[in-house]
Each structure stands twice: as C-alpha cells, then as structure tokens.
Design a protein around this ligand. Structure first.
Ligand code: SAH
Length: 364
C-alpha cells in the first residue's frame, strides 16, 4: 500500500459515493466498485469490466485496494480454520472460521493486541499496539471468503462475531463502518442478527452502539460479584456490574424485537467463579436483563495459573441456570489443537520502541 493513497477497502457505501463525487464521477460508481471488490472478490481494477477503461486506469493510479496478507492457514481436526494475517506494518492478527452444520461463523479481530488486560486471556499478554483500520477489519472477511470459496450466492460465512483479538468498542468508528459493510447488500449482506459484537463491558460504547446499529450484543460477564470481576476483567473497576447490566437493558430497549436478548459469556474457572453461590447470584443477575448465557470452558495457555472447571461442575452450573429458566449453552471448545479457541489468539505484535517481535502463540 502506498502512503497517501485512499484505500477503497476503508470506505462504506456513503464514503465511497462521496469519494467518487469528489473525483468528478457519478456516485453510482460506488455501487459498481463495491460489488466488484466485496461480492466478487476482485482485487484488480483492470478487470472491473463495467467501468470505463479511463476510470479503471485512474483508480489504479490514484487509489489502493489493500487488505492484510494471509501468511498462515491451519485447519484443526474439527474443521476449525485459523488464519494468520499480516498487516502492512508487520503486525499480525488472527481470524478463525468455525464450521457447524447449520452455519459457518467467522470470528474476527478488531485491534492488534488489547488494552484491557483480562487476567485469563492470552491476547492480554501481548500488550496493545493499535486499532485496526476498516480495511483490516473487513479484509479479514474478504480473505476468509476467498479461502473458503464463499460467494454471494453460496454463503459459507453466515455469521460474523467480533470476538477475536481486541476490544471492538475501543475501536468504535472503524468497527461501526466495517459493520455497515457487513450489512450492506452490495458488500456482504449479512442480517443484523447474524453479526455479534462481544465486549468486556464498555458502558459508554454499548450506549453509543445502540444509537448506530442493533446487531447482537454479547457481554463478557465472567463473574457475579464486583470483587471477582475486578480481578478477571479489570475494566469492571470503572464500569461495575450494576452499571453494565443497566447499559445492557438500555441496549435491548433501543433494539428491534428480534434482538431482544443479550448473550452473557461466562468463562468457567475452577475455584474462582464456579460455585453454587455463583450460580445463584448469576440467576439473580440474569433475571434483571433479558439474556441467555454461554458457558465457556476455560482454554488454557502457557504461563496461566487458571484452570478450567471440571466437566461435572460446568454441567451442574448449566443445569442450575437451565432449571431457573435461562437458555444456557456450554460453548464447545473448537480448534484447540491449533490454538484457535477463545482467548488463545495471539497474532504477533511489533514492539514499537524496540522493533522486536513478540510471539505468543506456540504454533506460530
Ligand atoms: N474484548 C471482547 C472480545 C474479545 S474476547 C470481550 O472481552 O468480549 C472473546 C471472548 O473470549 C470473551 O468472552 C473473552 O472473555 C473470552 N476469553 C478470553 N480468554 C479466554 C480463555 N482463555 N478461555 C476461554 N474464553 C476466553
């Protein structure tokens, strides 16, 4: 990518229309170009046959079509596929595709590293480098679509979850523009139910998001008391559980009927948050917000002192919540043989000061 040139992957439909108007072209060129790049996966202006040759040449000279490069692509025994993508500055991020019978879910990253320092998450160990651009967020879908032979008519990727590396609400504007593209029929045409943003609980960000789009919201709750949550998800010190639940209620009030539940994520940590008392307190918290819950068996990584709760404990926890009337799913751990499971994404961060590279994923 050359400095100074506009990268057309950074633009949603409105921005692209404004860009073409600024070039002295008709705004409908935006629709044509979007279809080429996002629906047809065409990275070469010269093959965009419904544009005049002079416009193609001008686009080639004056703009860029740049997305992250796929540098590794691994398939786990259960079919989960982990892609390592390299950004123009040398940093790497990870994107994971999870095939299921009824759907195919792509888990994408929103930042290089993360600032939030959750104590049980591997991404936290690598520190924070920067926000991803729109092109780097949407480019993960573009690259995955190519590798998976996803087309507009044969949709292999049916769902997108912003649950990879980073806190999406701390990269708000770029994430919202990328979501616009995911929803746009000229790009990926996903329905808003099929896009889920997962947050560690940034209250102002949840409120801002509710004004912009009503995609599905997942919240990493992970604890039932502020004391424990402060240790697991330190942002809780700023936005404690009661404030977080109030923001979830406001989000639900602002969204359209089909999205009227927040998903709480709850990582099962032996001896930390998995007692009978926790289950009771969780039932009490969940009765305050229309919600369902995903119990996530803790995925271990080198250097952590946390352990996953026993299978029995997880099942008992689920049964307790279930018998209190809450939809409770134990999330299957997928792709752990290639370190593609929740909390195991590490990518590769260039240290900005020492120019060295931190690599945490053992498989890399
Ligand atoms: N920052 C966002 C999205 C990234 S994490 C958030 O916090 O929600 C995606 C999910 O994986 C979160 O629920 C996170 O808490 C969970 N997670 C992180 N590390 C994990 C681990 N080691 N085992 C299981 N789940 C983990």
């Amino acid at each position: 990518m050359s400095a100074g040139k506009a990268n057309l992957f950074d633009f949603d439909r409105r921005a692209l229309e404004a860009f073409f108007t600024g070039m002295g072209e008709k705004p409908f060129r935006a629709a044509q170009v979007m279809r080429w790049i996002h629906q047809l996966g065409e990275p070469d202006f010269m093959r965009m046959t419904d544009l005049a040759t002079s416009l193609r040449q001008r686009l080639l000279a004056e703009t860029d079509l740049a997305v992250p490069k796929v540098v590794s692509d691994k398939v786990a025994t259960d079919g989960t596929r982990k892609m390592l993508l390299q950004l123009a500055d040398g940093n790497c991020i990870e994107t994971v595709f999870i095939p299921e019978t009824e759907r195919g879910t792509l888990c994408i990253s929103s930042q290089v590293g993360c600032t939030l320092n959750c104590s049980f998450c591997m991404t936290a160990r690598q520190g924070y480098n920067r926000n991803l651009t729109v092109a780097e967020i949407i480019g993960q879908i573009w690259q995955a679509a190519r590798l998976l032979n996803h087309t507009h008519d044969k949709r292999v990727i049916s769902n997108v979850v912003l649950m990879g590396m980073g806190e999406p609400l701390l990269n708000f504007d770029n994430v919202v523009t990328a979501i616009d593209l995911m929803l746009d029929d000229l790009a990926y045409g996903l329905s808003k139910r099929r896009i889920t943003l997962s947050t560690a609980g940034l209250v102002p960000g949840i409120d801002r998001l509710s004004q912009k789009c009503d995609i599905s919201l997942a919240v990493s709750l992970h604890a039932t008391t502020d004391d424990i949550r402060d240790q697991l998800v330190p942002i809780n010190k700023k936005y404690p559980i009661a404030e977080l639940l109030a923001a979830c209620r406001r989000y639900i009030d602002a969204s359209s009927p089909q999205n009227r539940k927040v998903t709480f994520e709850y990582v099962m940590l032996k001896g930390v948050n998995d007692s009978e008392k926790d289950a009771k307190r969780l039932i009490n918290l969940m009765s305050q917000v229309p919600s369902k819950i995903n119990l996530i068996p803790f995925n271990t990584f080198p250097g952590t002192s946390y352990e996953c709760s026993s299978r029995d404990t997880v099942e008992r926890f689920r049964d307790k919540l279930g018998s209190a009337g809450f939809v409770t799913v134990i999330r299957k751990t997928r792709g752990d043989d290639i370190d593609a499971a929740c909390g195991q994404l590490a990518g590769r961060v260039m240290d900005r000061t020492r120019r060295s590279t931190t690599t945490l994923a053992p498989a890399l």
